[in-house]
Write a protein that binds this ligand. Structure first.
Ligand code: NAD
Length: 420
């Protein structure tokens, strides 16, 4: 098996393609500056874990751009996260925030650890160690983290507590972290926002292709936060979810999976495997099974030049960040597959994080209904903008989304003016 390219390599290739479509529209020297991050930090965490073990963990923080505002982006805790992955994800966050229209720049963090192998106590200790060591790089006007793969609401609560404690205050003034528990200033509906936003995009794509949500079949890769919420929301809108997978394997049933029962099974078994009423198949094979909508909602580099020719889906909705290699994009476009790019498709999470940020700054509280209404309006608006631009300029949706986003960031840089 060939090693996957880093997320930074993918992000740079996508930026390169955009540079061609932006020629004559922006100052190319600005595009060169956007190839590099503003700040790239490597940390060594040395928490004391259960049994008194002192274990070193590597961690990274990258702030790619603060042209539009403080950096925003999640904390990934996986065994294979690299500084280049974090750099690529931070760059993607810059484009995503600009595209979805929130006043943030792009950032990301990574902690090299197998989240699911840590017991609850050790995970909390590691997260607090990250908060302690990263403290001077985090803040409402610097970088505001959120959950990503391997981290969740509870972890964000611990980060808020660690930073408040370090500041000697009951609670931090302003928003230091989003995706927190509601009781700690989090916002209802944040956990579901990314998965729901993905399906809102799917619904618009289905409509624009004259298809009907109630007669489509879907396959979801990854059954964590984004994937499981996407699967539930697809079913809520009448679609049939025929297959899902996680890092341990994949399951399939051509008549549809009972996702409510599946989520109960996953709670118990910690995997989708072994779910009654489904057959187990290979995770790679799942991506190539005929279906209308494929939702990669796991990790990067899943759709490549090798499997793109075999993918049968009419729509690919990128719940994950960077799931498609640039080499696969051309193949999918030639085959008429509509790819809803990550920087649009999974932007619901950062949009609702922005609502959480404003709620906390203004000491207000929003209801879940208000959050869902705002999310639905924004996703619909930005989907239409990108789709229309793609049709006008005869571009794949990724190139259209990148064009709009990168141009917006360049406009912000021009408006700020240049530093000595
Ligand atoms: P998570 O840790 O909750 O879930 C990840 C899921 O993917 C798990 O089910 C895991 O078993 C599975 N997985 C990992 N490798 C796999 C593989 N090779 N094949 C199949 N399944 C695999 O993470 P999440 O928060 O749901 O994030 C999933 C993706 O969505 C990531 O790419 C993340 O960057 C992106 N994303 C998340 C958010 C958010 O709000 N959580 C926002 C935007 C984008």
């Amino acid at each position: 098996m060939t090693a996957r390219q880093s997320i930074l390599d993918v992000a740079l290739k996508n930026l390169e393609k955009t540079t061609a479509t932006l020629e004559g529209e922006v100052n190319v020297e600005l595009l060169d500056t956007l190839r590099l991050p503003r700040e790239r930090i490597e940390l060594t965490l040395t928490p004391e874990l259960s049994g008194g073990r002192i274990v070193p963990f590597k961690a990274f923080i990258v702030r790619h751009s603060d042209a539009i505002g403080p950096a925003k982006g999640g904390i990934r805790m996986t065994a294979d996260v690299s500084v280049d992955d974090v750099g690529g994800l931070a760059m993607e966050m810059t484009w995503k925030c600009a595209l979805i229209g929130v006043p943030f720049g792009g950032g990301k963090s990574g902690i090299v650890a197998e989240a699911h192998k840590l017991n609850e106590h050790d995970k909390e200790t590691l997260v607090r160690s990250f908060a302690h060591n990263a403290r001077r790089h985090i803040g409402p006007q610097i970088y505001v983290p959120a959950p990503d793969m391997g981290t969740n609401e509870a972890d964000m609560g611990h980060i808020k507590d660690s930073i408040s404690y370090a500041m000697g205050q009951a609670t931090t003034p302003g928003c230091y972290v989003t995706g927190k528990p509601v009781i700690l200033g989090g916002i209802p509906g944040r956990r579901e926002a990314t998965g729901r936003g993905v399906v809102m995009c799917v619904a618009h794509a289905v409509e624009s292709l004259d298809m009907d949500m109630t007669s489509i079949t879907a396959i979801v890769q990854g059954y964590g936060n984004v994937g499981s919420v996407a699967a539930h929301t697809l079913v809520e809108l009448g679609a049939t979810v025929v297959g899902v997978s996680d890092e341990f394997g994949a399951i399939y049933n051509s008549d549809g999976l009972d996702v409510a029962a599946l989520s109960l099974h996953v709670k118990e078994a910690q995997t989708v495997r072994g779910f009654a009423g489904s057959k187990e198949i290979d995770g790679g094979e799942l991506l190539e099974i005929p279906c209308d909508v494929l939702v990669p909602a796991a990790t990067a580099g899943q759709i490549t030049a090798a499997n793109a020719p075999n993918i049968q889906a009419r729509i690919i909705a990128e719940g994950a960040n960077s799931p498609t290699a640039p080499e696969a994009d051309g193949i999918l476009a030639d085959r008429g597959v509509l790819v809803i790019p990550d920087i649009l498709c999974n932007a619901g999470g950062v949009f609702v994080s922005y609502l959480e940020y404003t709620q906390e700054t203004q000491q207000e509280q929003m209801t879940v209904e208000q959050v869902q209404q705002r999310l639905s309006e924004r996703m619909g608006e930005r989907f239409s903008q990108v789709r229309q631009f793609a049709l006008e300029r005869k571009l794949p949706m990724r190139e259209a989304a990148m064009h709009i986003a990168v141009k917006t960031v360049c406009e912000a840089l021009e408006a700020r003016g240049y530093q000595p």
